[in-house]
Unconditional design. Structure first.
Length: 199
């Protein structure tokens, strides 16, 4: 399946979770999409629950099924904690890192900034959203990006919480260590995702 271009509110309502960080702009989060609404809701099977959890995380990071399956395959192939490795790979994506640094309000916006060559990694422009950042990498906004009113407003927001694996000063940030599963605040059932792909 290709990229989803439909209404994003519909995806969030399907998962019962704000996938794209829209906050107060998101309406009817507790009502599933579709003409029948809550009437069509049934208690999900074990497979259905695992599928929903997989879809939630996949959509949260804005990935295709092929991309997400690739990250799962890499995580399963490595020694150690599979869940920790999976979320290390997902969180290390450049578009997610830009979002976590507070340079963008949502992951889709962060992906657009990367695609429009507004992001510098170690002094070089990188326009690949899936680019994997490493410990010690310096991430900065271009001068053109700093001039965008929405971006400059986000940088001035002192209430924004930056995860402990990142450091930020103005329009520049640094990866201080590898991200871990414990760094995520979102409610995710890791076991359901691993079990889905282990069938």
């Amino acid at each position: 399946m290709g990229k989803y271009n439909g209404p994003k509110d519909r995806l969030s309502r399907r998962e019962g979770f704000d996938l794209f960080g829209k906050g107060g702009k998101l309406t009817r989060i507790n009502v599933p999409p579709g003409v029948h609404g809550p009437k069509g809701a049934r208690r999900p099977s074990q497979y259905g629950r695992q599928l929903r959890e997989k879809q939630k995380v996949k959509r949260m990071y804005g990935l295709t099924e092929k991309q997400f399956a690739g990250y799962i395959k890499k995580a399963l192939a490595t020694k150690g904690n599979t869940v920790n490795k999976l979320f290390e790979l997902l969180e290390s994506r450049l578009d997610n890192t830009v979002y976590r640094l507070g340079f963008a309000a949502t992951r889709p916006q962060a992906r657009q900034m990367v695609g429009h060559r507004h992001i510098m990694v170690n002094g070089k422009r990188v326009n690949i959203p899936s680019f994997s950042v490493k410990s010690g990498d310096a991430i900065a906004l271009s001068n053109k990006a700093m001039a965008i009113p929405k971006v400059s407003g986000l940088i001035k927001d002192k209430d924004f919480s930056i995860p402990s694996w990142l450091k930020r000063k103005g329009g520049a940030g640094k990866v201080s260590r590898r991200p871990m599963r414990e760094d995520l605040a979102e409610p995710i059932n890791d076991q359901d995702i691993i079990e889905y792909y282990s069938r």
